[in-house]
Ligand binder design. Structure first.
Ligand code: PEP
Ligand code: MG
Length: 925
């Protein structure tokens, strides 16, 4: 910069900007500064700050900050002196690229203009300088189209039409086949498109071009694509506010066969393999690779074509990783044998690659364990547990593309993003099938299960965005011909119509017609290592919510250290038990109920025994029956309907001893109509009478159990107190199962917890039942197994009475699903599909409190309960078993308020283990 006095610096040269200040310079700008200052070969340029963007977007009169363009001119002079070229010079013109770049990477979300500075005069200078007319017109037509699209808002198709017309006239299929004259004609046609569409000639003055371009980049920050992207990825203003503009000397990958352009990752972003991964195109410009216009070559072919460049690229890879200690996604251009690095950023990778690179980079001593754990977004791990195609399915693939983002997906083929959005939102599984995707298709990505393109490479827009979203993608499946107008795609003789079911395998690149079976993913060796490190650092123990031995096995596979919640009602719902459960509920007397409970006891005992055996030596926390018992009975409407049918049947059989009826309704009065198979058989009227009477008494029972607010009704511990024999049966089953395991030498740690408790008196009542059974077992067996007795904390009053509850309870388990419901007075059954989305959209609530723990309300109650409970009983064990136990931010909160364990669904266990380690690490800082 020269020494003019200025108020605010809006623009920084690459050699002066602070490479750490991403907020001010954007990620791309900061990295360009950093790389320049590191001595890497970056073309000279400068960055206009995000502050300038915000100033511009805030202005009422669409004006850039008053002295911005003066500073731009000064910076441009610096670039001119570094390159020896002049901006707008008809002899040796300096051409620049103009790119967006915010603090958070948003690939392809905002706009880029290349070759800015070309006009009818500078074009001739460029042609003279390069001695290459074809190159000059090629650059010119690219510039007019990009500038027209990005800065003048002209539809791409207007240019594409002209381009295709000349291509057809010249009878060439690839862009490289076009002659200088063809490109000249294309440029002229493009200039005509601009004046026709805008009513003004194309701007000739390079500084006017620059000013328009800078404004267009600033405006793109508020464009639909960028706004949608920020919303989807929760990018808030404190993370990224405004975009910077990077103005960089153009270098040309389209200067002939000794020039090339490419995009590379320092490691494979799909597998994590420690090897340069990427693609390049000889004689092409950067956007050609990303836009997927020509299918590029894999990077390992470069050594055969340009050995020295391949060597330098490998050197660049090493330097970037050593400096950033992170996998880099970088763009390069080779101009006549000189390698330039045009940008770098941390590579977006899928979960498999993130985990593998974390572990390997630690082993290579590039990072330490702490960094290895902190660099992975815990939620990403769920991706590793995605299904893949079942190899046994032996499906024959229809087409082969590039494996661009792993995982398997099935859905109906849909040919444009708008329809994909509509059909996706209506609940259909959708595969977005396009020739190539563009940033404006982003809403279609969100709505799709997977993405399939017939053109473009592994670094094409489709691939990068799909990987970032963790969605399977097959790119460049060239055997597929897409006809968007007819809404069909053909592969040889096969035609895929819109709405036809297809399956993708993003790991192999194969495409199948119809639905192919998938299987669950496994925990990789690297994930096991990483999670072992996590467990060493975490203070919170991670357990799982699991109801059966099968779930328990899954939980162990994912590394759970026990079961934090076993919902016993799930065992009751088993079809083989339900009739006995119903028998217990409809029993009119204690004796009748005891008969049913006697039948249930061995079933529950064997359930628990199996669970203890599978989970040994870890604890298993069993919650006594929670839901209102009417949930196990048929609905009133259903019973009324069935009674009607039976009464009609009765009319038809009066006077006859033969009827044609619904056999199971007669034989088993508890059966519902859904299960009933119409049979033609003999039965007598007496059976109908009996069925009617049983249905009527069931209806009477259902009506007697009716409650206006069942969630606040006769459930949980209230049920256990009014029908103590039910809880007694469960307690007995738990303790007998534990005793049997111990007898077999199996280590068990049962925990009994009581749901919906709001007063210590309730706990005391249940504890008496426990004590009675314990005493009886002791007498019978000579000893009783060890166990813990505790309570759910899921009622507001239980938080307020935590001190007194801790006198009876040895552990607390926060049921944050119910506690959230109770704290907000929002029904957990209905709120999420009624008003909550609107509350979130309008900002009344930042998050869905059933998903993300409400720290300020629910969390405050929890913190109080922990403090009060531990005051009474210092060794009180406290955990969480509501859905929030698997949510990373909520886990961090649980760590901070001093919980001892979290319990979540089995597939969330790896996420929770990593989040627990991260919570411990962030607490250290
Ligand atoms: C809870 O309320 O958070 C809980 C774990 O119990 P449930 O979801 O079974 O009501
Ligand atoms: Mg609950």
């Amino acid at each position: 910069m020269n020494d003019t006095v200025i108020d605010k610096i809006w623009a920084f040269g690459f050699n002066e900007g602070d490479g750490k200040d991403k907020k001010l310079l954007g990620g791309k700008g900061a990295n360009l500064c950093e790389m320049t200052q590191l001595g890497l070969n970056v073309p000279p340029g400068f960055v206009i700050t995000t502050e300038a963007c915000l100033d511009y977007l805030d202005s009422d009169d669409d004006a850039l900050p008053s002295d911005l363009m003066d500073q731009v001119r000064q910076q441009m002079q610096e670039v001119e002196s570094l390159t020896g070229k002049k901006f707008g010079d008809p002899e040796d013109p300096l051409l620049v690229s103009v790119r967006s770049g915010s603090a958070m990477s948003m690939p392809g979300m905002m706009d880029t203009i290349l070759n800015l500075g070309l006009n009818s005069e500078t074009l001739q200078g460029e042609i003279r300088q390069t001695g290459d007319e074809r190159f000059g017109y090629d650059s010119y037509r690219r510039f007019i189209q990009l500038f027209g699209k990005v800065a003048l808002d002209i539809d791409d198709e207007e240019f594409d039409k002209e381009f295709d017309a000349v291509k057809e006239k010249a009878n060439v299929s690839e862009d490289v086949g076009l002659s200088a004259d063809n490109l000249k004609e294309i440029s002229e046609r493009f200039l005509h498109v601009v004046s026709e569409q805008t009513g003004r000639p194309f701007p000739e003055d390079p500084y006017e071009q620059l000013e328009i371009a800078v404004k267009a980049v600033f405006n793109s920050w508020m464009g639909k694509r960028a706004v949608d992207y920020r919303r989807e990825f929760h990018i808030t203003p404190d993370m990224a506010h405004g975009t910077a503009v990077n103005i960089c000397t153009m270098v040309f990958g389209n200067r002939g066969d000794d020039s090339a352009t490419g995009v590379a990752f320092t490691r494979n972003p799909g597998t994590g393999e420690n090897k340069l991964f990427g693609e390049y195109l000889i004689n092409a410009q950067g956007e050609d690779v990303v836009a997927g216009i020509r299918t590029p070559k894999p990077i390992d072919k470069l050594a055969g074509e340009m050995p020295e460049m391949a060597r330098q690229l490998e050197e660049l890879r090493q330097k970037l990783e050593e400096h950033y200690c992170e996998v880099q996604d970088f763009e390069f251009t080779i101009e006549r044998g000189t390698l330039y690095c045009l940008q770098t950023r941390n590579g977006k990778m899928n979960a498999v690659a993130m985990v593998r690179t974390s572990v390997e980079m630690e082993q290579e001593k590039l990072i330490d364990k702490k960094q290895a754990l902190l660099r992975i977004e815990p939620d990403l791990l769920e991706q590793m547990l995605y299904p893949r195609l079942d190899p046994e399915a032996q499906a024959v693939s229809l087409a082969q593309g590039l494996p661009a983002s792993p995982g398997a997906a099935t859905g109906i083929a849909v040919f444009d993003a708008d329809r994909a959005e509509v059909r996706g939102k209506s609940g259909e599984r959708v595969i977005l099938l396009r020739e190539e995707t563009k940033p404006e298709d982003i809403h279609g990505f969100f709505a799709s299960q997977g993405i399939l393109t017939s053109r473009g490479g592994k670094t094409s827009h489709a691939a990068v965005v799909a990987r970032g979203m963790g969605k399977p993608c097959v790119a460049g499946a060239e055997g597929i011909e897409v006809d968007v107008n007819l809404r069909i795609a053909s592969v040889g003789d096969t035609t895929i119509h819109e709405g036809d079911m297809i399956t993708l395998d993003g790991s192999t690149g194969k495409v199948y017609l119809g639905e192919v079976a998938t299987i669950e993913a496994e925990v990789t060796a690297e994930l096991s290592i990483l999670l072992k490190w996590a467990d060493e650092i975490a203070r919170l123990t991670v357990m799982a919510n699991a109801d059966t031995a099968l779930d328990g096995r899954d939980a162990l596979k994912y590394g759970a250290r026990g079961i934090g919640l076993c919902r016993t009602e799930r065992m009751f719902n088993d079809p083989s038990r339900l009739p006995v459960v119903i028998e217990m509920i409809v029993a009119e007397t204690l004796e009748e109920r005891q008969v049913a409970l006697e039948k249930l006891l061995p079933m529950q005992r064997s359930d628990f025994k199996e669970l203890f055996e599978v989970m040994s030596p870890y604890p298993v926390t069993i919650r006594l029956l929670d839901p209102p018992i009417h949930e196990f009975l048929p609905s009133e409407n259903q019973l009324v309907r069935e009674l009607e049918q039976l009464k009609q049947l009765k009319q038809t059989v009066v006077g006859m001893d033969v009827l044609v009826g619904t056999m199971s309704l007669l034989v088993d009065p508890l059966a519902t109509n859904d299960e009933a198979e119409p049979v033609h058989s003999l039965a007598d009227a007496h059976m109908v009478e009996e069925a009617i009477s049983k249905k009527e008494s069931m209806l009477k029972k259902v009506r007697s159990l009716y409650e206006t607010n069942p969630m606040l009704g006769h459930r949980g511990v209230r049920l256990g107190i009014t029908f103590p024999e039910i809880y007694s049966m469960q307690i007995r089953a738990i303790l007998e199962a534990a005793a049997e395991c111990e007898k077999k030498g199996i280590e068990v740690h049962p925990k009994i917890k009581v749901p919906q408790v709001c007063t210590a008196q309730e706990l005391l009542s249940v504890k008496r039942l426990v004590d009675d059974i314990k005493a009886e077992l002791k007498e019978r067996l000579g000893q009783t197994p060890g166990f813990q007795f505790g309570t759910m904390i899921e009622v507001v009053r239980s938080c307020m009475r935590a001190d007194s509850l801790a006198e009876e309870a040895e552990f607390f388990s926060f049921g944050t699903n119910d506690l959230t419901q109770a704290t907000f007075s929002f029904s957990r059954e209905d709120a999420e599909n009624k008003f909550l989305p609107m509350y979130n959209e309008s900002g009344i609530l930042q998050d869905n409190p059933f998903e993300v723990l409400d720290e300020k309300g629910v969390g405050k109650l929890m913190a109080l309960a922990v403090d009060w409970g531990k005051k009474t009983r210092p060794d009180l064990l406290v955990g969480i078993c509501g859905e929030h136990g698997g949510h990373p931010a909520s886990i961090n909160f649980c760590h901070n308020i001093g919980l001892d364990y979290i319990s979540c669904s089995a597939p969330r266990v790896p996420v929770a283990r990593l989040a627990a380690a991260q919570a411990a690490l962030s607490g250290e800082e």
